[in-house]
Design a protein around this ligand. Structure first.
Ligand code: DAH
Length: 340
């Protein structure tokens, strides 16, 4: 009897089930009316009284082991997607949960595709930069108060410290260094500023910078490029206005507003009643910047512009809190499933 119990326990551990029927067969073979375990219980009645205690315990644990095995096989069959149904090729498939693209990626691609139509190519540069590419070559002299416009994360100190780029204008510099003239380039990327995180500010965000350098580039060309972009991005009815501004790397500089695409310029709480929304900064490349990058400013001129991707996406989809972009909340991301 002892051997039989051992044998059955060993056999049990080898048992596998591919379908529901295999489990039922095992149950009948072990616990059915003529099953192996049932037979052992019948045999148990005939053994000597002094052996009853030992064998009683062994038999009970065998019975429990059979029950556990049956439960375990049933669970694993349910868990495995290839369970009982895997051989039924006619069964409808499970719906696949498709992911969606992040709104920042969608917006970046849209901006790029608009400017590609105007002949711009895309350039990228390092996120960890040196002071020269982020500030020096862009006409921010050392100690210049304009450096305070962008609160910087420094990685090292010295003459040309290493830092996290605060704007993608650094790629403008890198493009002028290595590209042949004329240049028409778009520089998308991630930027970093030491700002407290709130609904309207973050220490990491994304920009797209544009640069066009050629002979006879004028402010009228800049205005036309921005107007065409705004119409493509926010709709044919969109108007722009330019307000004088200051950036060290452009002269003259301007900030651009688009007519509010929600109230169509009438005034609403998104545009704070003004009918206008700010979308980007721009200007004519300062001759100092051209010269710092080895371009003859008497022969060439250019314009540049820079915009925050989060801001454009916020205006396009009325996202109220910038933090949504970084939290990866699937409920938020799913809202953009149908955009692409
Ligand atoms: N780099 C500026 C910023 O991060 C944005 C900008 C303004 C870029 C004007 C430009 C420009 O190229 O011409 O605030």
């Amino acid at each position: 009897m002892n051997d039989k119990i051992e044998q059955l326990l060993a056999a049990l551990s080898e048992m596998k089930a591919q379908k529901e029927q295999d489990i039922e067969d095992l149950r009948v073979r072990m616990l059915g009316k003529k099953g192996e375990v049932t037979k052992l219980f019948e045999e148990f009645r005939t053994i000597l009284p002094e052996q009853k205690k030992e064998f009683g315990q062994k038999l009970n644990s065998l019975k429990n082991a059979v029950q556990d095995k049956l439960d375990q096989l049933r669970d694993s069959l349910e868990d495995s997607e290839d369970g009982a149904a895997s051989f039924d090729l006619t069964k409808p498939g499970d719906k696949m949960d498709l992911g969606s693209r992040h709104p920042i990626s969608i917006t970046r691609e849209e901006i790029i595709s608009i400017f590609k139509k105007f002949g711009y190519t895309v350039a990228e540069g390092p996120e960890i930069e040196d002071d020269w590419h982020v500030f020096g070559a862009l006409n921010f002299p050392p100690e210049h108060p304009a450096r305070d416009m962008q609160d910087t994360f420094f990685i090292s100190t010295g003459d040309n410290p290493i830092l996290l780029r605060t704007h993608t204008s650094s790629v403008q510099v890198r493009s002028m260094e290595k590209m042949d003239l004329p240049i028409r380039v778009l520089c998308p990327g991630r930027v970093f500023r030491n700002e407290a995180i709130s609904a309207r500010a973050h220490c990491i965000f994304h920009q797209v910078e544009g640069l066009y350098v050629d002979k006879n580039v004028s402010f009228a060309d800049l205005k036309q490029a921005i107007l065409l972009f705004a119409k493509e991005m926010f709709g044919e009815h969109t108007q722009i206005r330019m307000r004088p501004s200051y950036f060290p790397f452009t002269e003259p500089s301007a900030e651009v507003d688009v007519s509010c695409n929600i109230c169509k310029g009438k005034g609403c709480n998104i545009c704070k009643g003004t009918g206008w929304l700010e979308i980007l900064g721009c200007g004519m490349v300062d001759p100092n910047v051209l010269e710092a990058n080895g371009i003859d400013s008497k022969v060439y001129s250019g314009f540049a512009f820079g915009m925050g991707i989060e801001r454009i996406a916020m205006l396009k989809w009325q996202v109220k809190d910038l933090r949504n972009y970084f939290e990866n909340d699937v409920r938020f991301l799913k809202e953009f499933e149908t955009v692409i």
